[in-house]
Design a protein around this ligand. Sequence first.
Ligand code: MG
Length: 454
Amino acid sequence: MTRLFGTNGVRGVVNEDMDMTLAGDLGRAIGTWLKIGKVAIGTDSRVSNQMLKSAVSSGLMSTGISVIDLGEAPTPAVQYYVRENADMGVVITASHNPPEFNGIKVVAGDGTEFLKDVEKEIEDIYFSKQFNIPSWKEVGSMTKDDPLRSYHKAVLDAVDRELIRNAGIKVVIDCANGVAGLSTPYLLRKLGCKVITLNAQLDGTFPGHESEPTEKNLKDLKKMVVNVGADLGIAHDGDSDRAIFFDEKGNFLHGDKTLTLMAKEIVKENGGGKVVTPVSSSSSVEDVVKECGGELIYTAVGSPIVARKMIESGAIFGGEENGGLIFADHQFCRDAPMTAVKIVELLVKENKPLSQIIEELPKYALDKRGVPCPDDLKEELMNKLKMTFSDKKYDDTDGLKILYSDGWVLIRPSGTEPKYRIYSQATTIGRAKELGDKHLTKLEEALNSLKESV
Ligand code: MG
């Protein structure tokens, strides 16, 4: 590994690239960076959690840091705890990756994920091995605490409990054998909903299905929603920072739908305000925000970037279309149990079937495709593309987003794979595909001419 931190912390296959030595040294690097204070550490439900948590904790304590062990908890619950009670946080999780993976994610003292600059500083200490090694009497100690009680209270306080309690909502929740099982069913039962669960036992072998909340992995949930006549279905990823929904007819709702719906609701409630989302998000978000008198701010792709921009701009809401929504009144990170209760509240307020509420949102079609591109050509290709499209109107916040009167095309290098991605959006799928084809050809031409000149 030449670099440690990827798009979402450090990840790898357990006992291959993600082992005890790496975890211990990363703990030492984090502790050396922090210098003094308390670090809270929580995990998702993976088999290797105890091993990695112990190793990171040992590393931290060896540098003089005190550790608070939070056990298994949703990532947003750990983040909420850190903001109130610790100087920094660590989450042992590989989110939606297969069970053999695990990862280590660092959280800043304000509960928000760090941006790349701090990760780079920690990484530099890790590779230099210049760890802080204090004398025996300054070694840190470890205590335990429960992050769930205060987190659950905060989530329940964020909604109109009486309103939901009297509505008789029936909901099916698929927890993907992850840590959502500790929170979302409990919260919705507390709110008087009739809750039916799938895969709610914590099991790091993920016997139910893979922990990525895709339509393909959620066939049982889809069926169950229809069979029991539920008002909605909710699914989470393994560490419970993302929530995906099904309407009462069993239709899978892409994350852009709930992002748009929640943006509309919050801006309407506030009579305006700023909303933050990456350039890759559907134009439906911008449409509803503007329609309700709000302002939309676009950022580069990545939830830590969205969260930091929200703090900086005083935004009231933000999120990504993978189901990661951020509620500024609550905390500046993606929070799936919070999203679940907020969507249920919205459903009760609207007093209409979810399918009908979704039907009223602006509709756009999105076409996505990938083109292999060697990592070492990515930057040059982007420069060349900017020249190719210099006569067009574009936004280069992240990659190149070329704006047309009836749609847009976003061309950007993948952060994790030797690939370029092309997203094209229009009001019909035919036009979105047409835009995709046209830009694919342009990209391939540019790439071929670069390869020839090498
Ligand atoms: Mg996740």
